[in-house]
Design a protein around this ligand. Structure first.
Ligand code: ADP
Ligand code: CA
Ligand code: CA
Ligand code: CA
Ligand code: CA
Length: 423
């Protein structure tokens, strides 16, 4: 019998079960590099995890890399995959060093920097809003030439942290200062080269609903596996609470989204792995990219949306690619299972979390596949535009998009984060 393949999974938060379950289904053993803020005890519990390999990827990527190379020399593994946005450059570098499948370091740097993504899209003749790069807090006046409203954001942020819509020129200076403070507080521009340098991007507001596209890329060939509906997010802050899949859109708009997303992969040089791409439909019809992440979206939950709505086992296929193997859906047409709704409870005012009201009946609902509580009681949850994590995520399956929407609306009415009283 051939040996089970072994994959290093770097920085995957272990409360999110999807990638671990997919590894088990696919017969892949995982060497987990736990995220710095993860509990090693929980991390080792997943069945597919056969080894824990703690590495200080965030603070000390050089020594993390040499420890990883040592581990490989003792007993080679077959691939390495990123489990979160911040480790993407490290994983690309390690893959190159060890001769494993993965992104080039150049492409990894591109998809970690929204400024470079915007430049590449513009050069490729793809849709881009007007944008201005700001290198220091005093440089905000450069953005006064843009058409308002605009959106201010960190060049290399995530989770809508520090992303602010600004409607008029008088409010721009303050918004840029606010985003800059959040970049510093969250160390978004680490000086050690592990993440791109900090900076702020100001771009024209793209007016229209938002969708997300999940793709697989194998040897340069892109397959858009699923398109999910995020809906109208008008700001001023962009807390993401809901997604539904598959997006109910006319075939020509779906085709236009696919073309834009595939073009972006080529423009960014993303040739291997899986991606999460966010797109606005300007005026409801014209797709314009927001950004691309070279990983499974939402800590892994985008996998489940794709798996049910298209039949493609996205996480398992992504792992196959990182093991240097062809994804199964390159040869077998998958069969869609149904409609999916994902709901993340809004953080609201924030505070010290007491509990989530309304969860018990959700847990017992047969339509619900997953209830994932990622923030434990007692934790301080901060409101947007800052970000400290989504308290709970509910993923359910339905016969139709209308039912998925009705259930999401029900969750929005019945689930609430309760905070401790402030004195
Ligand atoms: P992050 O990496 O923090 O997710 P994004 O660029 O994806 O950064 O921005 C987060 C959210 O802010 C997007 O999902 C979108 O809803 C909103 N947003 C960002 N840029 C724009 C824009 N130019 N026009 C409209 N909405 C935007
Ligand atoms: Ca185990
Ligand atoms: Ca985003
Ligand atoms: Ca991102
Ligand atoms: Ca997002």
């Amino acid at each position: 019998m051939p040996q089970r393949p072994k994959l290093v999974l770097a920085g995957q938060l272990s409360v999110y079960p999807w990638v671990f379950e997919a590894a088990e289904r696919a017969g892949i053993d995982l060497i987990l590099v736990p995220r710095g803020d993860d509990s090693a005890e929980v991390a080792g519990r997943a069945k597919a995890v056969v080894e824990l390999l703690p590495l200080d990827v965030d603070e000390n990527p050089e020594s993390a890399l040499s420890e990883l190379v040592d581990r490989y020399r003792r007993e080679p593994f077959d691939g390495i995959m990123a489990g979160n946005e911040r480790v993407v450059p490290f994983v690309a570098r390690a893959a190159r060093e060890l001769g494993l499948a993965g992104l080039t370091e150049e492409a990894a740097a591109v998809v970690r920097d929204k400024r470079v993504m915007r430049q590449r899209l513009r050069e490729a003749g793809l849709g881009v809003p007007g944008f201005v790069v700001i290198e220091d807090p005093d440089g905000w006046t450069d953005a006064l030439t843009l058409r308002f409203p605009v959106v201010v954001k960190p060049a290399n942020g995530h989770s809508s942290l520090g992303v602010i819509r600004v409607d008029d020129k008088d409010s721009l200076e303050q918004a840029v200062a606010r985003t800059w403070k959040l970049i510093e507080a969250h160390h978004l521009g680490a000086a050690d080269g592990s993440t791109p340098e900090s900076g702020v991007l100001v771009e024209e507001y793209l007016d229209g609903p938002e969708v997300s596209a999940e793709s697989l890329v194998y040897q340069g060939q892109v397959r858009v596996c699923g398109i999910s509906w995020k809906g109208e997010l008008a700001g001023p802050y962009f807390e993401e609470t809901t997604l539904r899949a598959p997006a109910q859109l006319p075939a020509e708009i779906l085709a236009a989204i696919e073309a834009e997303v595939i073009g972006a992969h080529h423009a960014f040089g993303v040739t291997e792995g899986t991606t999460h791409t966010e797109v606005r439909l300007v005026g409801g019809v014209r797709p314009v990219l927001l950004e691309m992440g070279a990983r499974i979206g939402g800590g892994g939950f985008m996998h489940h949306l794709v798996h049910l709505s298209s039949g493609i086992d996205l996480a398992a296929e992504a792992m196959r690619i990182h093991l240097g193997r062809e994804p199964l859906c390159w040869r077998e047409e998958p069969v869609p299972v149904g409609h999916v709704a994902a709901y993340q409870v809004a953080v609201g005012s924030g505070g010290r979390m007491k509990r989530i009201r309304g969860l018990d009946s959700v847990r017992n609902d047969p339509r619900v596949d997953y209830v994932v509580e990622a923030v434990s009681p007692g934790t301080l949850v901060v409101p947007y535009p800052d970000h400290s994590g989504y308290p709970v995520m509910v993923i359910s399956r339905h016969e139709s998009d209308a039912e998925a929407e009705a259930y999401r609306a029900h969750l929005a009415r019945t689930l609430h984060v309760e905070y401790e009283e402030q004195d």
